[in-house]
Design a protein around this ligand. Structure first.
Ligand SMILES: Nc1ncnc2c1ncn2[C@@H]1O[C@H](COP(=O)(O)OP(=O)(O)OP(=O)(O)O)[C@@H](O)[C@H]1O
Ligand SMILES: Nc1nc2c(c(=O)[nH]1)N=C(CO)CN2
Ligand SMILES: [Mg+2]
Length: 239
């Protein structure tokens, strides 16, 4: 999605959630400075790592995630697919002994699992926004093979491929990496969250709060936008 169109959605998101653009920009600057210091991946670098296939699977942290991972293990030859985990979904993949090729994260998933996956070959696409400056500052230096993103105007080392939540940003990233086919696993949307999305809940699932429900509506809207506007075959295991 080009920035002009993204910006129309972005303004609505800022308004809807009461986020300040300048806060997003401040964290973006922190992330860019860290990546300048420690080095980072370009889109071309990341593309080289995953150019073995144009078939992608994006894993979200919805209630059907575990069931979908099992289905994929039984029916897909994983070697033929680029696997992108959206943040908390990384934990479920690690539990199933799968290391994704890429993790799209704003660093609020289980950091130990993300560190484990990164140490075993997963590249990281770290998103800086107005509510994760501390996490960006504290955790980014511990990761290798990082590409940085912002939801404001891209600058320096950072990219903006479009998208809001980790799951739909993972899909826009797949498009930027040349995806021809995109299988969606654990992308339920709706108003139920899992322990993979909310590591602090006691049960396996819980009702999403108002903000999370609204975030998931945007995730669904951008998924539909991709289906309607991009030249990619979407297979949502949920439908
Ligand atoms: N029912 C669902 N519950 C949680 N995530 C879902 C669901 N359906 C789809 N997803 C996708 O899975 C992604 C990963 O979930 P996670 O909660 O770790 O992400 P997040 O974007 O950091 O959300 P938040 O900002 O609320 O922490 C979400 O970004 C979303 O796109
Ligand atoms: N400012 C701000 N931006 C975001 C936030 C958030 O909580 N605050 N959460 C996101 C992932 O769902 C994506 N972008
Ligand atoms: Mg997250």
């Amino acid at each position: 999605m080009d920035f002009g169109l993204w910006e129309t959605y972005y303004r609505k998101i800022l308004d809807d959630f009461g986020f300040e653009r300048k806060d997003d920009e401040k964290t973006a600057q922190v992330l860019d400075d860290i990546l300048f210091e420690q080095g980072c991946l370009t889109l071309e670098d990341l593309h080289e790592k995953v150019d073995f296939s144009t078939k992608f699977i994006v894993f979200g942290a919805g209630p059907s995630l575990k069931e979908h991972i099992k289905k994929i293990k039984e029916n897909y030859d994983l070697i033929d697919y680029v696997l992108i985990a959206a943040d908390g979904a990384t934990t479920a993949l690690v539990e199933e002994k799968i290391v994704p090729d890429i993790i799209a994260t704003d660093l609020d998933g289980k950091i130990n699992d993300i560190l484990y996956a990164n140490a075993h070959g997963a590249s990281l696409v770290i998103h800086g926004h107005g509510n994760n400056m501390d996490a960006v500052r504290n955790y980014t230096p511990f990761f290798d093979n990082v590409l940085g993103t912002t939801q404001a105007q891209s600058h320096g080392n950072l990219y903006n491929f479009g998208g809001f939540t980790d799951g739909d940003r993972a899909m826009f990233l797949a498009i930027a990496l040349g995806a021809s086919e995109l299988t969606l696993a654990g992308m339920d949307f709706g108003d139920v969250v899992t322990k993979y999305s909310r590591p602090n809940i006691a049960e396996e699932t819980a009702k999403a709060d108002e903000i999370k429900t609204k975030k998931l509506k945007y995730a669904e809207l951008f998924t539909k936008w991709i289906d309607d506007n991009e030249d990619v075959k979407i297979i949502n295991l949920k439908s």
